[in-house]
Design a protein around this ligand. Structure first.
Ligand code: ADP
Ligand code: ADP
Ligand code: MG
Length: 472
């Protein structure tokens, strides 16, 4: 039905959507900033239009992107994830310009985009939410009273938050006082909105999220869960489907609540309902992401559903091709986010030139990447350069296969999270298969892996040797 889709994104995310378009015989129009002239999504698209010199603002320029979509004859726009994907104004402008927005309605984006609004809607719908403030906090004094009422520890969170930013745990009054202004400043810098709210801190929780698909005919299903408990600084690193932590009964119960949450906001298209689950299997709604999720690949792998193709079909007005009863999953899938970051150095981004790039292959391996040998990773964007999705019939074989695939993966020139993931995949604690969000803090020994030297390390070592030789 759609003939041409503009993809308002870059990198690996844009390439994933281009691939779906190819398989559906739809032309893909890419956009790119000057800094992205050599990016792979530009080469892979059917058409590519330069949107501007600013590396980041270009991808956020609603007017220019909508104009390009109209001028290139697109009938739909896919926002991907990040950038404008949770911007209700963008969704509205795309529709007003006579095109279809591949995602939920602007109202659903707005209602779920603010975490405080989402909490209100979920409470009204009878969905359990994490105990916390009613709406936004108006002052530090209100925060102190509430924290003492609920009992520490508490979480201070940005209402407009995302990507793990603007979240701070506070264990006592002094920490709450200190973090209140810091979190407000962080929220302003990251989201242009300093509104904060408070939640009870769930101690050692599991992050479990349910993938939702909803069509425009009122059908809503879930595609089971993903366990995203392995995180650094509240951001996901490794995701697993299904979760080893859920019983079939709890899976069915949480899945039904996720569907109820989506129905409560008349949700249409793909979305994710995120929950925290404590060790006693109590669960609470945390937030809903009204877009495609980075880790959708593991759900695709265990359910054989192409989520991006479904997003397009739903936007075309087609009914879902399956009922909840017809859906099932098989085996396990693990996604490793391969980031250009140095885990030993606080996960600091390591942009630079990739000198060698060999990705793994063989049974059960899927790679969604956007880099190649000779590519210069620009410093302006997210540090994720590939996603490795490994699948197998059971947990143990999937972990063994992950170890093998990670060892095969060879990226040189910049440090990445690969050797760290090899250490994790090779550890007994990972093989045990159950983790909470404290996993990284509990296992600092996993950071003691050996790393390959980069060109800079070798150059520095040579300089030291020469200096010593010359008696400098
Ligand atoms: P999830 O999708 O699981 O919620 P994130 O919160 O990390 O995971 O997803 C949104 C993040 O995706 C943003 O914070 C941003 O850093 C990242 N992102 C945005 N655009 C892109 C892109 N084009 N390629 C890769 N990552 C991106
Ligand atoms: P984002 O929008 O940045 O994804 P979330 O609200 O989804 O933010 O939270 C991200 C992560 O922060 C969670 O996966 C969890 O590890 C931690 N977190 C958030 N809220 C709480 C809480 N109330 N108690 C414990 N951990 C929390
Ligand atoms: Mg989240």
């Amino acid at each position: 039905m759609f003939k041409r889709i503009l993809i308002a994104n870059r990198g690996e995310c844009a390439i994933r959507i281009i691939r779906a378009c190819r398989e559906l015989d739809i032309k893909a129009v890419a956009i790119y900033s000057e800094a992205d002239a050599n990016a792979l999504h530009v080469k892979k698209a059917d058409f590519a239009v330069m949107i501007g010199p600013d590396p980041v603002k270009s991808y956020l320029n609603i007017h220019r992107i909508v104009t390009i979509a109209v001028e290139t004859g697109c009938d739909a726009v896919h926002p991907g994830f990040g950038f404008l994907s949770e911007n209700d104004e963008f969704a509205r402008r795309v529709t007003e310009a006579g095109m279809t927005y591949i995602g939920p309605s602007p109202d659903a984006i707005r209602d779920m985009g603010s975490k405080t609004k989402a909490r209100e809607s979920m409470i009204a719908a009878g969905v359990p939410v994490i105990p916390g403030s009613e709406g936004e906090l108006s002052s530090i004094d209100e925060a102190l009273v509430l924290a003492n009422d609920m009992g520490y520890p508490v979480m201070l969170k940005a209402a407009a938050g995302g990507g793990g930013r603007g979240i701070r745990r506070c264990d006592n009054d002094a920490e709450l006082r200190e973090n209140y202004d810091i979190t407000k400043r962080e929220a302003t810098a990251a989201f242009g909105d300093d509104a904060l709210f408070m939640e009870k801190c769930i101690v050692e929780p599991h992050h479990i999220e349910f993938q939702i698909l909803a069509d425009s005919h009122g059908n809503v299903v879930h595609l089971f869960e993903r366990d995203c408990s392995i995180q650094r600084r509240n951001q996901k690193l490794i995701e697993i489907a299904p979760s080893n932590f859920l019983t079939p009964e709890l899976r069915a119960e949480m899945g039904a609540v996720a569907v109820k949450a989506a129905k409560a906001v008349n949700y249409v298209n793909a979305g994710t309902v995120e929950f925290l689950v404590d060790k006693d299997h109590n669960f609470w709604f945390m937030e809903m992401n009204t877009r495609l999720q980075v880790e959708h690949t593991i759900t695709e792998t265990i359910t054989d559903v192409d989520i991006v193709a479904q997003q397009i079909a739903i936007a075309e007005g087609k009914p879902l091709p399956f009922t909840q009863e017809e859906l099932s999953f098989h085996g396990f899938a693990i996604e490793f986010r391969i980031n250009a970051e140095d885990p030993k150095n606080g996960f600091l981004p390591t942009p630079g030139r990739i000198t060698r790039y060999n990705s793994p292959g063989g049974p059960g391996i899927r790679v969604d990447g956007c880099v190649y040998a000779g590519y210069e990773i620009p410093p302006h964007y997210d540090s994720m350069c590939a996603k490795l999705t490994v699948s197998g019939p059971d947990w143990e074989s999937t972990v063994r296969r992950s170890k093998r695939a990670l060892a095969e993966y060879d990226i040189r020139g910049v440090r990445t999270t690969l050797p760290f993931y090899s250490a994790i995949a090779g550890s007994d604690v990972f093989m045990q298969g159950e983790f909470d969000t404290g996993f990284m803090d509990k296992h600092p020994e996993l950071l003691n892996y050996k790393q390959k030297k980069t060109r800079e390390d070798i150059a520095a070592a040579v300089a030291v040797a020469i200096a010593a030789h010359c008696g400098l």
